[in-house]
Ligand binder design. Structure first.
Ligand SMILES: C[S@@+](CC[C@H](N)C(=O)[O-])C[C@H]1O[C@@H](n2cnc3c(N)ncnc32)[C@H](O)[C@@H]1O
Length: 285
């Protein structure tokens, strides 16, 4: 794994996470009033959550982790960003929803958790996670090691096909980069502001940071669906489900997209269907 690049990404995520949360208003109040940030796609793949020991990898500021915890999971969120984990802990205290949050590069965390014998019924990751990972084989092995026998890994992720296109939806980025890092000098942008109500999950929101410019560049990795699935199979997991969806939950990937009443963004009228998200469920044993 390329730790130096992960560390550069950490700085970019610290800056972006503060900007993203600035638009979301009083999130503790949102959760105390019953707010929920999960979409039906991940809930269907995750299945029953009551009493389940759940690991949320790349949990960012913890909103999905807390939504899972409220459904009865004993949830642990892990993320490399200092700002994300600081915010998540504060939100857990302010909302009254218990969850554990640990700041670490997931590669270090999975190695240490595996060595310590920590195990989980579910491991979950979603929406913008895979592209930050420099070694998918190590990722798959780390997940397989911390899953209990019969436990399930669930991923709901933006499709690489969606990331390949420029604003006019013509191809711009490669489908796969075969482990080679892709440099983004502008770093992580303010996709929460760009998505309007899409990522507010029904909260009132507020203006927050305007015209955010991230001073920290990023390095990303383009993994195709076969990279993801093979990393899990090679680690000994069994594929239970593989799904593709022609819309993007909550996130405006391209300016021309339009949200429906369920906060799913679709390509502009006249465009043929594109695969914009995919989902995987894989079982251990
Ligand atoms: C798009 S966000 C994921 C959002 C998430 N689905 C949620 O619940 O809000 C991607 C996250 O990956 C984290 N990340 C990137 N590289 C990482 C690494 N090597 N180890 C741990 N977290 C990492 C970032 O800090 C960021 O919070």
């Amino acid at each position: 794994m390329q730790r130096d690049l992960h560390e550069q990404n950490r700085l970019s995520w610290n800056a972006a996470t503060a900007a993203h949360n600035s638009h979301k208003g009083d999130q503790a109040a949102f959760f105390r009033a019953g707010g929920d940030t999960l979409f039906p796609e991940e809930l269907e793949l995750l299945g029953e959550l009551e009493g389940v020991e759940l690991l949320h990898l790349q949990c960012n500021a913890g909103q999905d982790t807390l939504s899972l915890a409220r459904r009865g999971a004993r949830a642990t969120g892990v993320d490399i960003s200092d700002e994300a984990i600081r915010f998540a802990r504060e939100l857990s205290a302010g909302s009254g929803i218990a969850a554990q949050f640990e700041r670490a590069d997931i590669y270090d965390w999975l190695r240490e958790a595996g060595a310590a014998g920590r195990t989980f019924d579910r491991v979950f990751s979603s929406y913008g996670a895979i592209g930050w990972l420099s070694d998918l084989e190590a990722w798959g092995r780390g997940i397989a090691r911390v899953l209990r026998p019969g436990g399930r890994f669930v991923l709901v992720e933006f499709h690489r096909a969606a990331m390949m296109q420029g604003e006019d939806l013509r191809p711009l980025q490669p489908y796969r980069s075969y482990g080679k890092p892709l440099h983004e000098p502008e770093g992580i942008g303010d996709y929460v502001a760009a998505s309007g109500e899409g990522l507010l999950h029904g909260a009132p929101g507020e203006a927050g940071v305007q015209d955010f410019r991230n001073p920290h560049p990023t390095w990303e990795f383009a993994w195709g669906i076969s990279d993801v699935v093979m990393a899990l199979l090679d680690a000994g997991l069994t594929l239970e489900a593989l799904r593709e969806w022609p819309y993007s939950n909550g996130c405006l990937i391209h300016p021309g997209m339009r949200a429906d009443e369920n906060r799913r963004f679709h390509p502009p009228p006249g465009m043929p269907d594109l695969p914009l998200m995919f989902g995987v469920a894989a079982r251990k044993g």
